[in-house]
Design a binder for this molecule. Structure first.
Ligand SMILES: [Mn+2]
Length: 297
């Protein structure tokens, strides 16, 4: 494990570019367990949701850097933006936890979502978190893994795909950077809250068939496990050629995914008083021929 930690320290010292980390076999091969979390939307205006931040900290504290690897499948933050001299302070405690886990030798991968697309150098350079844009494609625990946040995959989502182009345009990003951070973050959180209210549909009733189709296509391309988030709808499906996982969300459901041995599980984190831990909601086996759906959530 010392080797893994050393290699990460070295990477940070040399200022490695965000995506190069995925080619470091030592770090990825040492993990025995891979955890997938997504859509915590930390920093959302609602104070009750902010309390969830503490639960996420307890979850992070439960991880074992020597054997766990964490993959953030986007939208950990309700809004993230970096300036030359300023980073968002409201996420400080979570960032400090992530930095400590990396220092202890854990590998943390970050696949940006539509709320935190604007991560730049801070996570890789200051925290040693590996950023993969738009997707993480790697081999871990003997499985070919494909991870993407998934925004813009819905076939009829033309409006969003246009908006995405506008929001991800380098000129627009440069212009936005000139807004005062208090104003910029205020605007972004208001916008995010409005779009959440507009949707109003319970997550588990969202039609995610386009996302599953996309996952099926990736499994046919040769991946064994496809992980997508964004819809907030927790899913664990055995499809033709592999497994489709959506870890759900950490906003209300506290669900997360786990890959361990040849098994993929959907789990829920719970906190009752002093006690905290996880329960397994569903498990499927990787590596068998596709047999349709074994678990639907
Ligand atoms: Mn999203």
């Amino acid at each position: 494990m010392g080797l893994c930690g050393d290699s990460l320290v070295k990477e940070r010292a040399t200022g490695v570019r965000p995506d190069e980390g995925s080619k470091t076999p030592m770090a990825s091969d040492s993990a025995e367990r891979v955890l997938f979390i997504s859509d915590a939307h930390l920093g959302a205006a609602d104070p009750e949701r902010e309390a969830r931040k503490e639960d996420l900290i307890r979850f992070l504290d439960s991880l074992q850097p020597a054997r766990d690897r964490l993959v953030v499948v986007g939208d950990l933050f309700d809004f993230w933006f970096e300036y030359r001299y300023v980073v968002p302070g409201r996420y400080f405690r979570i960032l400090a936890r992530l930095a400590r886990l990396v220092e202890k030798g854990m590998r943390v991968d970050y696949v940006p979502g539509n709320h935190d697309f604007w991560v730049r150098d801070f996570l890789p350079e200051k925290l040693g978190v590996q950023v993969h844009r738009p997707s993480l494609e790697t081999r871990v625990l003997g499985q070919r893994l494909f991870v993407i946040h998934g925004d813009g995959l819905r076939r009829d989502d033309y409006g969003y795909r246009f908006l995405k182009k506008v929001l991800q345009n380098p000129i627009n990003i440069a212009l936005f950077r000139w807004l005062h951070p208090d104003l910029a973050f205020g605007l972004a959180h208001t916008f995010a809250e409005l779009s959440r209210k507009q949707k109003g549909e319970p997550y588990q009733e969202v039609d995610d068939s386009d996302y599953i189709d996309f996952g099926q296509q990736k499994l046919r391309e040769g991946f064994d496990l496809v992980v997508l988030a964004h819809t907030h709808k927790a899913r664990l499906l055995k499809l033709e050629g592999g497994v489709f996982l959506n870890p759900g969300e950490w906003l209300e459901g506290y669900t997360f995914g786990e890959l361990r041995g040849g098994l993929v599980s959907l789990k829920r984190w719970f906190v009752t008083g002093e006690k905290a831990g996880s329960e397994t909601l569903a498990t499927v086996e990787l590596g068998e021929a596709g047999s349709g759906e074994l678990a639907r959530l």
